[in-house]
Design a protein around this ligand. Structure first.
Ligand code: NAD
Length: 505
C-alpha cells in the first residue's frame, strides 16, 4: 500500500508525461472523481504547476470540448423544466451542509463567449480552488449550472451537446427562474455563500445589484477582480511612495472587471479622505466606442458615474486619452490584445517616473502588452502586472518578476472568511480589507523584483489571512452569525480542510 505522498509523486510523474495540457486536465478531473483526497493533496502541493491546468487557461479548452470529454457529471444542472420545483432539486443534493455555491449560466465563459451548459467546467474548477487554496471542505461546495439554453450555433448543432438544445430564455422568464433559484438556495442551504460566475455583462451587474443587499452573494468577475487589482495598486504605491488617492487611473475597457475595479478604488479612496466626486474623477474609462464622458448618450448604467465632463476636445483613441488625461496608471481589461502599444507605454513613461501598466486581459494571447514589452519600452521603469502568467524578464542584466493579478489570491480567502464568521452579506468593505491583507503579505524582496503579489505557493496562508480580515469586517459591522472565537486566526486555520486519509497510519 502506498502513502499519500507516494501516490502524489506517482500522479505527478504521470501528469508530467502527458504531452497536451488538455490531457492533463482530463487526468486531473478523473482523479477528482476517483480519489478526492489524493486530488487535493496533489493540487495543494503543486499549486503553481496545476492551477493553470485545473483552472484558467486550460479549463477554457475543457469547457469548449465539455460534451466530448464528458465522463461523469459533477454538480447540479437546473433548466426551465425544473421551474416550480427547484427546491426539490436542491434538496436531492446528497450533501446537506453546503457552504459555497458557484453558479453560472454559461453565457460568458472566460473570454470564450456563450458556452451554454458546457460552461459547467468553470464552477467545478473554481470550487476546486476554494478547497485547494482556501481550505473549504470539498463536500461543502456545490457547482451549479443554470442551463437556460445557448445562442451558440455550434453547440446547438452539436449532437453530443449535453445542455438544453434551445436558444436562451431571456427577460421575465429568465429573471423568474433566477429568482426561484436564489430563494430556493436560501431555504435549502441557508448557510451557503452564493458566488455568481461568468454571467454576461448585462446580467452580471443587474443580478449583483438585485441580490447583494438581500442574500449572502458576490460576483467574482466584478468584485474579486477588483480586490486583487486594488491590492496590486496598494503594493505599487509602496514602490512609487504614492498613496492611492494620488493616482489617476485610465481603464481600457469598461465592463465587469473595469467598473468593478473602479467602484472598489473609489470606495478605498473615499475611506482615505476623498469625497465621492473627487474619487470618481480619479478614474477614467475608454470603451469600444471611445472615451466614456458626459457627451456620450449611449452609456449603460454602470458606466454613467464615470462619464465626466472635460475640456480636452475630441479624444479619439487610447493614446490620445493618455496624452490628455495624464494618468499615473493604465489598466487593460478590454479583452483586446496588443492595445498597449510602444507609443502608449512610452507616453506613460514620459508622464511618470514609475508608470503603472496592468495588462489584465486573458488569456495570454489577449494581454494588452507582454511583460517584456512593458519593461523594455519603459527602460525598466514600468510597474507591471498581468492577468495571465508571464515568465520573468531579464533586461540589461536586471531580472524582473511580473506579478499575476490572479483572482485565486482573493476569492478562496473571502469564501473562507464568510464561512468562518457566517457573514450575512458580502460587502465591498470586505473586498477592500482582502486587498489590504493581500498587499501586506508582499515582502520588500517581492517588490524589489517588481512582483506586486506574493508567490502563489503561499496561497493557503494568504487565504487564512484574508479570511481573518474579512471576518474582522464582518464582526465590526454586525454581520456575523457565528460568535467570535477567542483566537480568530487559529480558529480559521483549524477550519481549513487538509487532504488526509483518516484511517491510514
Ligand atoms: P466585459 O465583456 O464585461 O468587458 C469588456 C469591456 O471592454 C467592455 O466595456 C467593452 O466595451 C470593452 N472593449 C471591447 N473592445 C474594446 C476596444 N477595442 N477598445 C476599448 N474597449 C473595448 O469583460 P470583463 O469581464 O470586464 O473582462 C475583460 C477582460 O479582463 C478579459 O480579457 C478578462 O480575461 C480580463 N480579466 C482579468 C482578470 C484578472 O486579471 N484577474 C479578472 C477578470 C477579467
Amino acid at each position: 500500500m502506498s502513502t499519500l505522498l507516494e501516490q502524489s509523486t506517482r500522479v505527478m510523474e504521470n501528469i508530467r508525461k502527458r504531452g497536451a495540457d488538455l490531457e492533463k486536465y482530463v487526468d486531473m478531473l478523473s482523479l477528482l472523481d476517483r480519489n478526492e483526497t489524493l486530488f487535493y493533496r496533489v493540487v495543494i502541493d503543486h499549486i503553481e504547476e496545476l492551477m493553470p491546468i485545473i483552472y484558467t487557461p486550460v479549463v477554457g479548452a475543457g469547457c469548449q470540448l465539455y460534451a466530448h470529454l464528458f465522463r461523469r457529471s459533477r454538480g447540479l444542472f437546473i433548466t426551465k423544466r425544473e421551474k416550480g420545483r427547484i427546491r426539490e432539486v436542491l434538496r436531492n443534493w446528497p450533501q446537506k451542509n453546503v457552504r459555497v455555491i458557484v453558479v453560472t449560466d454559461g453565457q460568458r465563459i472566460l473570454g470564450l463567449g456563450d458556452l451554454g451548459a458546457s460552461g459547467m467546467g468553470i464552477p467545478v474548477g473554481k470550487l476546486s480552488l476554494y478547497t485547494a487554496c482556501g481550505g473549504i471542505p470539498p463536500d461543502a461546495t456545490l457547482p451549479i449550472m443554470l442551463d437556460v439554453g445557448t445562442n451558440n450555433p455550434a453547440l446547438l448543432a452539436d449532437p453530443l451537446y449535453l445542455g438544453t438544445n434551445e436558444r436562451r430564455i431571456e427577460g421575465a422568464e429568465y429573471d423568474e427562474l433566477v429568482a426561484e433559484f436564489v430563494s430556493a438556495v436560501q431555504e435549502i442551504f441557508p448557510k451557503a455563500l452564493l458566488q455568481f460566475e461568468d454571467f454576461a455583462n448585462h446580467n452580471a451587474f443587474r443580478l449583483l445589484k438585485q441580490y447583494r443587499d438581500k442574500v449572502r452573494c458576490f460576483n467574482d468577475d466584478i468584485q474579486g477582480t477588483a480586490s486583487v487589482t486594488l491590492s496590486g495598486l496598494f503594493s505599487a504605491g509602496r514602490i512609487t511612495k504614492r498613496r492611492l488617492v494620488d493616482d489617476k487611473i485610465l481603464f481600457h475597457g469598461a465592463g465587469e472587471a473595469a467598473i468593478g475595479i473602479g467602484d472598489l478604488v473609489v470606495g478605498a479612496m473615499m475611506a482615505d479622505g476623498l469625497t465621492k466626486s473627487e474619487a470618481l474623477s480619479r478614474c477614467w474609462f475608454v470603451d469600444s466606442k471611445g472615451l466614456v464622458d458626459s457627451a456620450r448618450a449611449d452609456l449603460q448604467d454602470h458606466k454613467k458615474p464615470y462619464a465626466h465632463a472635460h475640456t480636452h476636445g475630441p479624444v479619439p483613441d487610447l493614446l490620445a486619452a493618455v496624452k490628455a488625461l495624464k494618468p499615473t496608471a493604465l489598466i487593460g481589461v478590454s479583452g483586446q490584445a496588443a492595445q498597449f502599444t510602444r507609443e502608449i507605454v512610452e507616453a506613460m513613461s514620459r508622464l511618470n517616473e514609475r508608470p503603472l501598466i496592468f495588462a489584465l486581459s486573458n488569456p495570454t494571447a489577449n494581454a494588452e502588452c507582454t511583460a517584456e514589452e512593458a519593461y523594455s519600452w519603459s527602460d525598466g521603469r514600468a510597474i507591471f502586472a498581468s492577468g495571465s502568467p508571464f515568465a520573468p524578464v531579464v533586461l540589461n542584466g536586471r531580472a524582473f518578476v511580473p506579478g499575476q493579478g490572479n483572482n485565486a489570491y482573493i476569492f478562496p480567502g473571502v469564501g473562507l472568511g464568510v464561512v468562518a464568521s457566517g457573514a450575512r452579506r458580502v460587502t465591498d468593505e470586505m473586498f477592500s480589507a482582502a486587498a489590504r491583507a493581500l498587499a501586506k503579505l508582499v515582502t520588500e524582496e517581492d517588490l524589489a523584483k517588481g512582483a506586486l503579489f506574493p508567490p502563489l505557493t503561499k496561497v493557503r496562508e494568504i487565504s487564512a489571512r484574508i479570511a481573518e480580515a474579512v471576518s474582522e469586517v464582518c464582526y465590526a459591522r454586525g454581520l456575523a452569525c457565528v460568535p467570535r472565537p477567542a483566537d480568530l486566526r487559529k480558529a480559521i486555520e483549524a477550519a481549513q480542510y487538509q487532504p488526509e486519509y483518516k484511517d491510514y497510519v
